[in-house]
Ligand binder design. Structure first.
Ligand SMILES: [Fe+2]
Length: 220
């Protein structure tokens, strides 16, 4: 969905990952949550919140790159504390993140321990100044599983639990998005990620308001 404050035509298009065989059906859910599109996408590079909120350790594999309407990054995720989980072992997985505008985040994750590749889309549409419609969608393939029938069955079954897991993790962010206040010049702590670079990049998706006044975002 493209929308421009002055009704101008699209200046760029969303790029989908290249087609790849073996991916099972896409599991998609639709949620309405209290968050701002910029705040939601900032979540992707706000590496400082991964450990306290999601109990994930992050090791940067590729520093965030800002290129036109896209931001890309890659990092390795490891579980902090709790039971060992092959999805978060030290040998896996690397997640490649591509954010396009403030509306599409694509996460491509390879989990060698179980021979799985996952593609997750998080599509965001603003409903009003404080709410967004979020559509997370997940598809997987098991290129590491030799038996085709088994690989197909797994690709059909696994997105359900993964979609639930994604919803569960997003729920951890909800209280923050519901109560945070946008500060033009936030005081950053070490490990917060390139928040300033991200916000500078995000400015391209806003129009100047004729009166020079921006609409109120959220009451402080
Ligand atoms: Fe988060």
């Amino acid at each position: 969905m493209w929308w421009h404050a002055r009704g101008e035509p699209p200046s760029w298009e969303v790029t989908a990952p290249p087609a790849a065989e073996g991916f099972g059906p896409v599991r998609c859910v639709v949620r309405t949550i209290v968050a701002h599109p910029q705040g939601f996408m900032e979540n992707v590079i706000d590496t400082g919140h991964f450990t306290p909120i999601h109990r994930l350790g992050v090791r940067m594999v590729e520093e965030p790159r800002f290129d036109g309407p896209r931001m890309t990054s890659a990092y390795r995720l490891t579980r902090v504390g709790g039971k060992k989980n092959p999805l978060f072992s030290s040998s896996a997985p690397v997640m490649r993140a591509t954010v396009q505008g403030l509306g599409v985040f694509i996460a491509e994750t390879t989990v060698p321990a179980v021979g799985m590749e996952m593609r997750a889309w998080f599509c965001v549409v603003p409903l009003d100044p404080v709410r967004i419609e979020l559509r997370p969608a997940v598809a997987v393939r098991f290129a590491g599983v030799r038996h085709r029938g088994t690989a197909r069955a797994l690709a059909a079954l696994v997105p359900g639990p993964l979609a639930w897991f994604s919803t569960f993790e997003t729920n951890r962010d909800l209280p923050i998005w519901a109560h945070n206040t946008y500060l033009e010049h936030p005081r950053l702590a070490q490990g917060d990620g390139p928040i300033t670079k991200y916000r500078r990049w995000a400015r391209q998706f806003y129009s100047d308001w004729p009166s020079g006044r921006q609409p109120a975002r959220r009451p402080a």
